[in-house]
Structures are given as structure tokens and as C-alpha cells.
Design a protein around this ligand. Sequence first.
Ligand SMILES: Nc1ncnc2c1ncn2[C@@H]1O[C@H](COP(=O)(O)OP(=O)(O)OP(=O)(O)O)[C@@H](O)[C@H]1O
Length: 641
Amino acid sequence: MLRPSSATMQWAMNPPWDRSKGARLHHHSSDAERRQRRDHMCHLSLVGSTLWVLLLSCFWSEVHGDLAADANGLTIFRQAVDKLNRLPWNASDVCAWPGAIPTGSLGQLTELRVLNLRSNNLSGSLPADLENCGFLRSIYLQNNTFSGLLPSNFSSWPNLNRFDVSFNNFSGEVSPSLADAGQLINLFLQNNSLTGSLPPLNMSSLTNFNASNNNFTGEIPRTAAYSKFDQSSFLGNNLCGSPLEDCALVPAPLILSPPSGHKRKLSGGAIAGIVIGSVALLLLVCLLCCLSYKKTKSRGSNKQVNLYEARSVEGNSNGDRVVVPKGEMGSSGAAVPAASTEPERSRLVFFEGNKYGFDLEDLLRASAEVLGKGSVGTSYKAVLESGIFVAVKRLKDVSIEKKDFDLKMQFFGKLKHENLVPVIAYYYSREEKLLVSMYMTNGSLSALLHGNKEANSTPLDWDTRVRIALGAALGILHLHDKDFTHGNIKSSNVLLTSNYTGCVSDYGLTQLVSATSAANRMVGYRAPEITDIRKPTLKTDVYSFGVLLLELLTGRPPMQSSMSGEGRDLPLWVQSVPRDEEDWYSKVFDPQLTRFEGVEDEVERVLDIALECVKQSPDQRPTMREVVEKLEKFKQHNGHD
Ligand SMILES: Nc1ncnc2c1ncn2[C@@H]1O[C@H](COP(=O)(O)OP(=O)(O)OP(=O)(O)O)[C@@H](O)[C@H]1O
């Protein structure tokens, strides 16, 4: 589990319910001192899995009424998130705090400057009365499960510098009033379900920004505020324009079903247009269905078909398109026999029976949001009506027939291991090839390393890095033990469990798609001997894993023009820095890692393992088993479970 640095651990003092102490403490303070105290002490921090920290304003000597309101607000908040009454507790009794922020709790803390509730299990929407806290400068809500809309009126916080709501389930549009929220320095919105266009920010102060992995659409505003950031700040949306592709070149996105969230109200004319258009479209679809049914003499009456059903069509043996009547689709079960003369049923094939209780119909009806576009297709996060989250990969350019696809999938289904992202089901039709996996809420290693570089964000400590690396290595070893090559090991294919163990995803997909769609794959991770990207070997996997280890150690993406030497890849760059240079350690390793003392020796030893893996000659590289054995030593040494 991630732990905040010691810098973020501040000791609790003068809880607000200890009124006399708080009032007395600053009773004789000068105005200047009081102001300074306000600036430095009016914090509310509840940092998950560590210590409850309350640094609350202790300076109400002049306004006793505020103190009562603050105490009341905090008491309500505490009752909501500390139902088991764990406060106060000792360091061994720590936990991630669940619950929602009630209205009338934190909204009463009108002097609050810093609100830090990151890395808990807090959920629900943000109460509107947070806008009463007009002095807020920093809001940290990342790594929770908050949902609903972001605040609608950011102009209530004219001093806001830092706003981090990343890794939650916020949805809807970001209010344009964000542009009025003071001089924003850090803005982290990534890994939510936010929709609409990016707010037109103009402030020059913006230094760190990330909106990746949402459902933002449209052109990235051409303002100075955005122009400083590279692609990684915008990826995983349906955005276009610099630094992404030119909008003129980007086709309209294809989404399984409309994303959930706040929608703009449509005008009467637009609604009338949509109704007329829909009726015309419906009639057209009905007509096509009638013709199709007649032609194939298939059974079934002239059922009404909507667009959703029309998406679930499948070719029969004659190559005709046949609408699958609603009652026949969506049930779980085995693959349809290839020799069937009936139209093939559109079914999800579950690897272990349908213990999840959903079918194709549920999946297509689920609200889906784009997670990102990869080399073999686009991935979506789908939220089923039952509340289950799954990741759906829509494969493009699948080059093999259904029979072979079924065979490969049967093999994938048997590759179970705790460090492999579980694949739940698949679907194959002429138009659509889907792969359904468990959705991993902590996202990918890539997002963790490159998504959030806020100066005072929780640094990724050494134990966690070892756990991620070892988890990924064990997942790959399991594949290699079965003589199966992954073929696309990279940090976006290492996903993280709730305790930040690495799990490998996307195994074997290289064998399913055509060579053209594979062309851009593995940039930065590709072993030098690979000529055909579809023919990876166990040793090319080891090479890619070595690059991934280097990425984890240096914090740098594997191909970065900023590394001295245009277009140099990570292994070359790391080896180009002379090891006997005085500042070699700080130059090569991730600054977030070099903050931790006492781990230097281990860090260097893992670097040596990585450099072994990226040796030019495949024969000189270790096997995955050897890599795991070496990494295991660090696990034992660090006392991981
Ligand atoms: N099961 C999942 N749970 C959570 N996030 C996922 C899951 N599967 C994929 N993602 C995320 O979705 C995004 C897109 O993934 P996808 O696999 O489609 O592309 P990629 O990993 O960037 O490239 P490639 O197709 O070459 O593997 C990535 O950020 C990935 O980490």
C-alpha cells in the first residue's frame, strides 16, 4: 500500500473539540501572528492507511462563534467516516476511511485552507456547501471513490492553487468557472469519468496538469495554460488538437453505449430533430430487418428492432446479416458450434461459467467510458447494472477466423494466476471482437509513474516498486512456464491491485491481430533482434521487462526525446550516464525514489538486474525464473507478504 512521505505526516494537535486549549493557545497572539497561523495551520488531513491528522485552525480567539461551527462540522464529519469509533487510535490500528462527506460538516469550516482526504475509501458526491470554505488553497481528494459532479462554482475559491481529484469516479462536465479559481498551479483530473470539453483555462501559473483517462471530447483549448503539457496529460480521452492529433484527422469516436453523467439540455428544435430522425431511422431499420428475414427465411416475426439490437447482428453461414431476436441473445453459455446452420448466436463466452451474472445484453447496455486506445484496440470501462466494473477491449484488425480465435481463447482461459489480470469472457462476431477482463481500480503502472507528478504527492516508495516489479515478473514467469510469450510487456499492461501488486494484462493478443495494426507496438520496449513484431520470444519478453524495470527505477518513459541524444531509448540512456560520476544516483533514478534513504544499495542491485535483462544478445539475458529469484530476495528482505 502506498504510504505518504514523512513530509505529509503532520501530528495532530488541538482538536477543535478541545475548545479551551485552542482558544487559549493563541489568545495573546498578535494579528500578524494570527494571520500567519491561519496560513500555516488551518489544515484538515485524513490520509488513508496512515494516521488521522487534524491540524485545525487554532486561532479563533477573536471569533468564538467560528470555533463552535468548526467543532460541530468536524464532529458531523467524524460521525460519518469514523462509524467504528476508532479515533484516537495507535499506529497499528490504521485503516482507509469509508463513508461520504455529509452536508453541513466540512462546509462549516469556513477558515479551512488545506483539505487533504487523499487515499481513503471515501465515496458519494461532494457536498455543495464545501463552497463555503472560501479560503481553500489546496484540495486533495485523489485515490478515493468519490462520484457525482465536480463543484459547479469554482469562483467560490479565489485562492485555489492545488486541486487533485484524480483516481475517483467523478462524472459530468468540469465547470468553466474553474478558470476563475485563483492561480491554479496543480490540476489533476485524471482517471475519472469526466465528460464534455476541457475548461478554457488561461492562467499562466499552471505547472502540473493531467486530464488523462476521462471521457473529455473536442479540441484541446489553444491557451497558454495547456500548451506546456505533452500528450500524456490528455491521453485516454476523445480529445484532439495539439499536442494530440489534428482534429481534422480524427474520426468520430465509437462508444459501446452513451457515457453516463451530466448532459447538456437540448433545445426544443434539437429534440424535435432527434425525434424525427430517430423515427425515420427506426423505420429504415425495420424495413431492412423485414427484407433480411424474408431473404434468409429465418424464423422470427417482424419484431421491432432498435439500434441496440442492430449492433448485435452476426453473419450466418451464407454471409447474410441476420438480426438476432432479442430473446435469443445474451444468455451465457458455451460457444456456438461452428457447423450450425442456424444464425450464430451472439453470445459472450465465459471462461468459468457466468458467475458474474451478466450477459452480452447487459454489457452492451452498460455505460461505458474509454480507458484508452492501444495498439490492438480500444479499452472501455463498463459499469454493469449490478454495479460490477469490467474492462472491455474492443479488438481491431483481428486476423484469425472464429475457430482459431476460440482455440486461442480457450488457452487464455486456462492461464490463471494471481499476477495475471483475469480475463472473464470474450465475444466474437463478424463485426465485433470483445475481450472482457476484471477492471483494476488502481489503474496501470504507466499512469502511476507518469500520470501524477505533483510536488507534494505521495511518492512511490521502494517497497511498493519492488512489489509491482515482482508481481509483474511472477505473472510473466507463469506464462513462460507454459511456454507462452506475452509479446507486449509495458507499463500500461501492468495493472495494479488494491495493494499495489503488479498484474500483467493483454497476454498473447499479439497473435490475434494483423501485422499492420501491430506496427507501432512496443516502441521503447522492443528487443533489438525482433524483426516481426508478431513473433516475440521468451527472451524478447525478458528484454521488455528489463525496460519496464528501468522505467520503474528512473521514473522515465522508455522513449523520451528529452533524454540526451535524440530518440535514445531508456537502456541506452541509463548506460550513457557514467556510474562513477558523483551525482550518478540522483541523475539516473526517479527523484521520488531518491528521497528515500537506506534503499540505495537495493535500488542499484535491481538496476543491475534490469541491465542484465536488456543485454543486446538474447543468450546473455537471464530467464524470467532467474529474474524472479533475484527479485524475490528483495521481497524477503523487505518483508512483503
Ligand atoms: N482491466 C483493466 N483495468 C483497468 N485499466 C485497464 C484495464 N485494461 C486496460 N486498462 C487501461 O486502459 C488503457 C488502454 O489499454 P489498452 O490495453 O487498450 O492499450 P495500451 O495498454 O495502452 O496498449 P496495447 O494495446 O498495446 O496494450 C491503458 O491505460 C490501460 O492501462
